[in-house]
Design a protein. Structure first.
Length: 262
């Protein structure tokens, strides 16, 4: 199935613009005071850049292959202009999954992780993420962007289940003048299960880093990093397509948020 919806750009945060279809049924809030660590005393990996008054200034010490921080903050231009994308469809409430109650303070609201702002929404049905639910290779979501001169993109994606090494999807970037870039979603490299349990618990700490993390044995959220080629510098980034290409238990991607930098 395919969803293409016209984009609208309105000011959202200092340094961040809200991009995408404005859904009056979507309960979004900005600048929400949020305690994102639930009932745990563990810090959350947000590098202290959050605009929310929250417990999200972590400096996680565990290794980046499983759940900790990484040295990639220097590769993220935190002075860039950010456009927070509004997802055109949500179909799953991640708060209802294993240990999902730790997500309750996050939705709806705006969070800044690793210096990058994101919008986390709740729609009229109470859903918080888009999860691939159709056939492999045919189930995808098109997210409108309309940002000129995009240099990088960031997503919040974790999987439902997940087997190490499995390719469970593709993220594609389409420019108005023919610019194109794609990146696979590979379990153990740039995506892993949303819950620290029996499924894949590794990411490489380079193309994906922890975003929301409260400690071992809990649910989490990870941030993917995409450096776009220079061909996007002189044209609009029109849209981003998220395509599912896996199967349970190899993993199904769940998209919670996306942001573009220019």
């Amino acid at each position: 199935m395919r969803f293409i919806i016209a984009a609208v750009v309105v000011p959202f945060l200092a340094g961040c613009y809200h991009v995408g279809p404005l859904d009056t049924d979507t309960e979004t809030e900005t600048g929400t005071d949020t305690d994102t660590d639930g009932d745990t005393d563990s810090d959350v990996d947000t590098d202290g850049d959050s605009d929310a008054d929250s417990d999200t200034d972590a400096d996680t010490d565990s290794d980046s292959d499983t759940d900790g921080d990484s040295d990639t903050d220097g590769d993220i231009d935190t002075e860039a202009d950010f456009s927070c994308l509004n997802l055109p469809e949500l179909n799953l409430d991640i708060r209802g999954l294993s240990d999902g109650t730790v997500y309750n303070p996050l939705f709806p609201g705006s969070q800044t992780w690793n210096g990058v702002p994101f919008t986390l929404a709740v729609d009229g049905e109470g859903d918080t993420t888009w999860r691939a639910s159709g056939d492999s290779g045919t189930d995808y979501l098109d997210v409108p962007v309309a940002v000129f001169g995009a240099t990088a993109a960031y997503t919040i994606i974790n999987s439902w289940d997940g087997e190490l090494g499995a390719t469970i999807g593709t993220v594609e970037f389409f420019g108005s003048g023919g610019a194109y870039y794609s990146a696979p979603l590979v379990e153990g490299t740039n995506v892993r299960d949303h819950y620290d349990g029996e499924f894949c618990n590794e990411i490489d700490g380079i193309t994906a880093v922890p975003a929301f993390y409260v400690g071992p044995g809990h649910a989490r959220l990870d941030m993917q990093i995409y450096s776009l080629p220079e061909s996007f510098a002189s044209e609009n980034l029109d849209s981003i397509r998220f395509t599912f290409s896996g199967e349970i238990p190899s993993g199904r991607p769940m998209l919670a948020a996306a942001t573009v930098a220019q």
